[in-house]
Design a protein around this ligand. Structure first.
Ligand code: ME8
Length: 523
């Protein structure tokens, strides 16, 4: 048994349908998972749903459904969406599953037994309508609370708290000594700035049943359920526990599974998350793990937020991008390509329909699609689809693209990897224009030169399929099939030059990205 490369996404609140932000995070994670597999690693890719808590309970009630029935219905949609985006997930967690709940309870019990929690009274202002405590930040300049909060009462409530203060010094040291822990750098600096300038408040980890009942009951006090973040973060180890992960099982005194061979997953290699939930992952989660006696995840990959037309994505204003609608209209690969090519892991992004359509047209239809289609069509027309013997004119360009792509994939620079790959797409398209095989074909004296050009083009297409597979798997597989190659381009090492032998018969060329009429430009 050897440790797998273990990658996770945030688990999504099941209070609506998936949106662009969710799709981006899932696709980025899938590209990384596929890339690692193509580099020969065993990978475990986990995503899923965060089903407890007030937000979900409220939406369910609004729809007149019991929370579990509501979650069960939506979970089917979300699973369908992982298939539509062609995510190569290895498991799908739902926090209402018994395999998750028992682990949350085991952790609560362990941390309570070892003195990490205490019970205390909290006195504060409470919005009855919003079902939430208010802080001074919620006050208006004149000191009153916004009428949107409805009736505000002073409430005294007993809860359980997790002692955090004692953890602050080691956490600061850890983040300072492990610069790779939070990527990109500026997100690490944000966390360090926060930790150096604030004293951590102890974390309230319960809600009384009288206020919220849609949660995991506290094993040592039936009057409470767990705070939703304490429940949600645990998914990253409850699923390893369900697969018999030895580190997690030992830390929680769980009997190893006897039914299936255990998987070695923890510590996670990458938690992919959005910038809004960084504090939960960079502060609370490491402290929870330390208290449990488990090592920290190796890296948090923190992405920015998408807007549409420079405004917040919001269902209520109708400013949304429906991932499934885009996939239906343009194909899943066009959607995957655009998101990763447009936005690096870190900064915020802006979706525009025009921007999407013009990348599709320029880079996919006229760039990659045109290259593959004309290269293979000419090979079919001029040489009956039979590869001429090897020639190495573009081998240097291909090797450069291969090396750069591998380097960028290892460093999670996915946008840069696509730029390197397009270096080869553009070079090969330019090569067609410079060598003009359609002219060579008219001159029998140029037959040997035409052979050379056709070999270089077809071999470049093969290498592109290998490099592109993590990003746009269906198209990469189509290129392979059109080249008459069996299977899928799953192995990055296959991007070495010269693997298509002379005499090989290719398949049938067909357009990869049909050209579309561009929508009228927005004013
Ligand atoms: O936060 N652009 O769930 P969630 C980019 N359940 N990313 C976005 C985004 C946008 N406009 N909107 C949301 C939760 N996201 C918790 C997580 S993990 C133990 C619990 C990202 O459904 C967001 O940053 O609100 C987060 O990483 C993910 O989508 C799920 O958000």
């Amino acid at each position: 048994m050897s440790k797998r490369f273990y990658i996770t996404t945030a688990i999504n609140y099941v209070n609506g349908q998936p949106h662009l932000g969710h799709a981006y995070e899932e696709i980025v994670s899938d590209v990384i998972a596929r890339a690692r597999r193509s580099m020969g690693e065993d990978v475990f890719f986990l995503t899923g749903l965060d089903e407890h808590g007030q937000k979900v309970q409220q939406v369910a009630h609004k729809e007149g459904k019991a929370p579990q029935a509501y979650c069960d219905e939506l979970a089917e949609d979300w699973k369908g969406y992982t298939r539509a985006l062609q995510l190569t997930i290895d498991d799908f967690v739902r926090t209402t599953e018994p395999r998750h709940k028992t682990i949350v309870q085991a952790i609560l019990q362990k941390l309570n037994d070892t003195g990490h929690f205490y019970r205390a009274e909290y006195r504060g202002f409470y919005s009855v309508r919003e079902e939430t405590f208010l802080t001074d930040k919620d006050r208006r300049p004149d000191g009153t609370f916004d009428p949107a909060f409805g009736e505000v009462v002073e409430l005294v409530e007993e809860n359980y708290y997790f002692r955090l203060k004692e953890h602050q010094p080691w956490l600061i040291d850890y983040i300072e000594q492990h610069p790779e822990f939070i990527h990109p750098d500026y997100r690490r600096n944000e966390v360090l700035g926060f930790l150096r300038n604030h004293t951590l408040e102890d974390l309230c980890i319960t809600r009384p049943l009288s206020r919220l009942n849609w949660g995991i009951p506290l094993p040592f006090d039936p009057g409470y359920v767990t705070y939703v973040w304490f429940d949600a973060l645990v998914n990253y180890i409850s699923i390893p526990a369900a697969h018999g992960d030895p580190l997690v099982c030992a830390a929680l005194n769980l009997a190893p599974s006897t039914t299936t061979p255990p998987l070695e997953l923890w510590p996670a290699d990458a938690h992919v998350i959005g910038k809004d939930i960084l504090k939960f992952h960079a502060v609370y989660w490491p402290i929870m793990l330390k208290a449990m006696g488990l090592p920290l995840p190796k890296q948090l990959l923190v992405h920015g937020w998408w807007q549409k037309n420079s405004a917040k994505i919001s269902k209520s204003t109708g400013n949304v991008v429906d991932p499934l609608a885009v996939v239906q209209e343009w194909g899943v690969d066009a959607f995957r390509y655009y998101l990763v090519r447009e936005l690096d892991l870190g900064p915020d992004g802006n979706w525009t329909d025009d921007g999407f359509a013009s990348r599709y047209q320029a880079e996919l239809a006229n760039g990659l699609g045109n290259l593959v289609n004309r290269s293979l069509s000419m090979l079919k027309r001029y040489r009956n689809g039979i590869m001429p013997s090897r020639h190495d004119e573009l081998s240097g360009d291909a090797l450069k693209a291969f090396r750069e792509t591998e380097h960028h994939l290892r460093g999670y620079h996915l946008k840069a990897a696509l730029e390197s790959i397009w270096g080869l797409v553009n070079r090969a398209n330019q090569y067609v224009d410079q060598t003009a095989p359609f002219k060579l074909a008219k001159d029998p004296a140029q037959a040997a030169r035409l052979d050379e050009v056709l070999y270089n083009l077809a071999e470049s297409c093969r290498i592109l399929a290998v490099l592109l597979w993590p990003f746009i798997p269906s198209s990469a597989e189509k290129i392979y099939a059109q080249l008459g190659l069996a299977g899928a381009p799953l192995n990055l090492a296959e991007a070495a030059w010269g693997k298509l032998p002379g005499g090989h018969a290719i398949g049938e060329p067909a357009p990869l990205f049909p050209r579309k009429d561009l929508p009228p430009k927005s004013p």
